[in-house]
Design a protein around this ligand. Structure first.
Ligand code: 9GP
Length: 813
């Protein structure tokens, strides 16, 4: 690898010959570009070796299809993974440049909404680190998730322009452009052998231009690729369709082609329900399949028999599920395989991950939309369904209820294609993302599928990469850990358990908590810079960071904050440790109540922070534009991790893992991966509260009555009523009433009120525990120590062994 002087020379060479500037003129952005270019030279060298090795070994590879990859920044990560971070730091210092200022110049690659997209980013990091042949496939959105500004307390969405000044990592590959078809009609013909043949005459053709982002494994051995497709007009104009009267169809291409990869849908957990969204899904799935097939054919020609041996495609949620009929179309219409052979190949190729049980997030597309956009695919879907219905009939003869439930086509109301059912039927493995979630997938979402295909439905608990989420984001703690237990923990996270033995050791406790204190000071400075709010780093830093959604219950946190505020007003000596409640969250632009919750947090924050009667005890901070790079600053500074979703609603969560890994203690419900975190850290080191899934089901089946809780608890009633006043929104009475209404008149769909009491109790227990500094230090240390299970390397290993069946392939250095 590079030594300091060679590195300096490389950076200066790029300042001069790539950027046309010099050391005296260069600003931080130019330094960022030059440093990135120097690193990219190494990256590309390793990328070339990796690709050559994979090609020569004709390796089986996993193809991770995901509409979202939330990569964040890459420079620091790539330097860390090459072991060059310290070298770069000293080299730049000697050049009079601050590495941390340079790192701040990199825009986040925010091509995802939240957990699902960030999980994909962690998985491709682990795949490269573990020398596994893999490629990520997604969309090269021109605009990633919107930039959030807060104006007068409310969220404003601004376009995210991550590539405005170029991106140093991506490589355009025009030699691998793919063309895909849309619209038009299907012609039925008879071949010479009398067999029916189908020919799709598309109304328009769109080009997919691939951009490759290298994915550097830790240690720099393997560099895999994330291939993102940008849409482009092909300039094709279909005379056939035009002459047949399809004027609009024939011209649609030019208007739409470049729109396809324009923006990431800013939805999280909700169905987008837009034609463009379906086109996006088809666009990247079809380009990616073509790319895979091109590569396969280069090695195996037209012999399809080995396709499923070489290729496994993981569908990240149902977003790429249209790849299933697309592969069938290619095999049946193009390669002219008979249906059964094609289906055998296809169902050995795909595996599907389910990430949610929320009904509104389970994708369905109107049949008429598919008929229009993908007329051949809807025919194939009907054929898949027809054959599947025969299987159902064999298993449950005459049971039309089960047929209606399992059918890919939903017939009640407007006819819809259920992408979840299609994914289960068309895949050889289906997994949920945490134990409880996978259990609910089996029990509630797809119980009959579980009976029909025993063993197909399984669990792979999520994980996060410890390289980014501890080593890089928390250098002080990482160094301390490495000094105590050696430096191989980023590759073998189980080794962290060795620090459990130090959990009672006073010196270690002091060292550990001193680092937390320093990280809190750094975050306090950042808070001041971003919001003008001064917070005391000695206070408890209590953090809730995630997308804004009612099921995640930021409003439960808020009700408790309001209750503390009241308690302090009523009793100025109310005994509590000073606490700073810190939020980061984006709301989907069309999700009105979520935006109201952001507004409420900000308005309540204004009031509390400026009320000298209480602001030594509580402060509330909403950090705007929550994103990966901000998470990297917040997580190391957290004392408390809020994971308070309604039980059964959060499939897994991954922020919960990152925060605990950095020594935050969780206050959480028995939901998602919280349950497994609790198992690992032990009940003494986590604050669990609230109704369980079973209790919630029972409450709902006997008729849940939020008003009962409202009238029973005078404090809860008072804080809810407070929302009706203009206390927090001077001159705008009722501006927060819709929030109260959602929990009373609206029926409180996420059972906030049912969990309120036990949440308050858990908070009291937490406050008491914090008062005992040795006890708290021990809890924090054990949280870090016990997170070994939650490395994404373990998740990937589970996928590899149980689903993907991949062998590692090391790349010579
Ligand atoms: O809501 C889940 C979240 O709990 C999980 O951690 C993440 C990764 O598996 O996926 C989220 N689901 C979605 O974003 C959409 O289904």
């Amino acid at each position: 690898m590079l030594d300091k002087n060679v590195f300096k020379q490389a950076v200066i060479k790029h300042l001069h010959s790539t950027l046309g500037t010099d050391e005296n003129k260069a600003d931080n952005h130019a330094w960022f570009k030059a440093v990135s270019a120097a690193i990219q030279e190494l990256v590309l060298e390793r990328l070339r070796s990796t690709q050559k090795t994979h090609y020569l070994n004709d390796t089986r590879a996993v193809h991770y299809f995901s509409a979202e990859f939330l990569m964040g920044r890459l420079l620091s990560n790539n330097m860390q993974n090459f072991g060059l971070f310290e070298t770069a730091d000293t080299a730049l210092q000697e050049l009079g440049v601050s590495l941390s200022d340079v790192l701040e110049e990199e825009p986040d690659m925010a091509l995802g909404n939240g957990g699902l997209g960030r999980l994909a980013a962690c998985f491709i990091d682990s795949l490269a680190t573990m020398d596994l042949p893999a490629i990520g496939y997604g969309i090269h959105y021109e605009h990633g998730l919107f930039r959030q500004e807060i104006k007068n307390g409310g969220q404003i969405e601004r376009p995210d322009s991550w590539r405005d000044y170029g991106n140093p990592w991506e490589i355009c590959r025009p030699e691998s452009i793919q063309e895909i078809s849309l619209y038009g009609y299907v012609e039925t013909k008879y071949g010479d052998d009398g067999k029916i043949q189908k020919e799709w005459h598309p109304g328009s053709i769109v080009q997919g231009v691939p951009w490759d982002i290298p994915v550097v494994g830790y240690g720099g051995g393997t560099v895999n690729v994330l291939r993102l497709w940008q849409s482009k007009s092909s300039g094709y104009f279909n005379w056939d369709v035009f002459n047949a009267g399809g004027y609009v169809d024939a011209q649609r291409e030019n208007i739409q082609a470049e729109t396809i990869s324009k923006v990431l849908y800013p939805n999280d957990e909700t169905e987008a329900g837009k034609e463009l969204r379906l086109i996006q899904q088809y666009f990247f799935s079809a380009c990616s399949l073509k790319d895979i097939i091109r590569r396969y054919k280069r090695a195996h020609g037209d012999d399809w028999s080995r396709f499923a041996e070489q290729v496994v495609v993981q569908l990240n949620d149902t977003h790429p599920a249209i790849a299933i009929p697309e592969l069938m179309r290619i095999l049946v219409d193009r390669a002219e395989l008979d249906w059964d052979s094609a289906w055998a190949i296809s169902t050995k190729t795909f595996a599907y991950t389910n990430h949610t049980l929320l009904p509104e997030a389970l994708e369905k597309w109107p049949v008429r939309m598919l008929e229009k956009i993908l007329p051949r695919h809807i025919e194939i879907i009907y054929e898949i369904n027809h054959r599947f219905m025969q299987e159902v009939e064999n298993k449950w003869p005459g049971d039309n209820k089960i047929k209606a439930k399992l059918s890919i086509i939903e017939e009640a109301g407007e006819k819809m294609v259920r992408m979840g059912n299609l994914s289960v039927i068309g895949s050889f493995a289906v997994n949920g993302v945490a134990e409880i979630h996978s259990k609910l997938v089996k029990q509630n979402l797809f119980p009959e599928f579980d009976q029909l295909y025993p063993g197909k439905l399984t669990n792979v608990t999520n994980g996060v990469t410890p390289r980014r989420w501890l080593k890089a984001c928390n250098p002080l703690l990482s160094d301390l850990i490495s000094k105590k237990i050696g430096s191989d923990w980023p590759l073998q996270l189980d080794k962290l358990d060795a620090i459990s033995a130090l959990a009672d050791n006073k010196t270690f406790q002091n060292q550990f908590m001193k680092i937390k204190q320093k990280n809190k000071q750094i975050l306090a400075d950042e808070i001041l810079k971003l919001t003008g709010i001064k917070v005391d780093p000695k206070a408890i830093f209590d953090i809730q960071i995630k997308r804004l959604h009612e099921y995640k219950r930021q409003h439960l946190n808020l009700l408790h904050i309001m209750a503390l505020y009241r308690r302090l007003l009523e009793d100025p000596n109310y005994d509590m440790h000073p606490r700073v409640f810190i939020f980061g969250a984006k709301a989907a632009p069309g999700y009105t109540l979520a935006k109201t919750i952001i507004y409420a947090i900000n308005k309540i924050a204004d009031k509390i922070n400026n009320d000298s009667r209480v602001n030594k005890k509580i402060k509330v901070v909403f950090l705007p534009n929550y994103r990966v790079s901000l998470a990297e600053k917040m997580i190391p500074a957290a004392d408390v991790s809020q994971q308070i979703s309604t039980a059964g609603k959060e499939a897994s969560g991954t922020g919960n893992m990152k925060l605990a890994l950095n020594g935050a203690v969780t206050i959480g419900t028995l939901d998602g991966a919280n349950i497994e975190i609790a198992e690992e850290v032990g009940e003494d080191n986590i604050f669990i509260f609230g109704n369980t899934v079973e209790e919630i089901t029972a409450l709902q089946s006997k008729g849940y009555k939020p008003y009962d809780y409202y009238y029973k608890n005078s404090e809860l009633k008072a804080v809810l009523d407070w929302l009706d006043s203009d206390y927090f929104t001077p001159g705008r009475p009722g501006a927060l009433s819709s929030l109260k209404d959602s929990m009373l008149k609206g029926g409180d769909p996420y059972l906030v009120l049912a969990d309120y009491d036990s949440y308050c109790e858990a908070n009291i227990a937490l406050d008491e525990a914090y008062g005992d500094s040795a006890k708290w230090a021990k809890m924090a240390i054990l949280n870090t120590a016990k997170m070994g299970k939650f490395t994404s390397d373990r998740s990937v290993k589970d996928y590899v062994e149980r689903i993907w069946k991949l062998d590692p392939c090391t790349v010579d250095k």
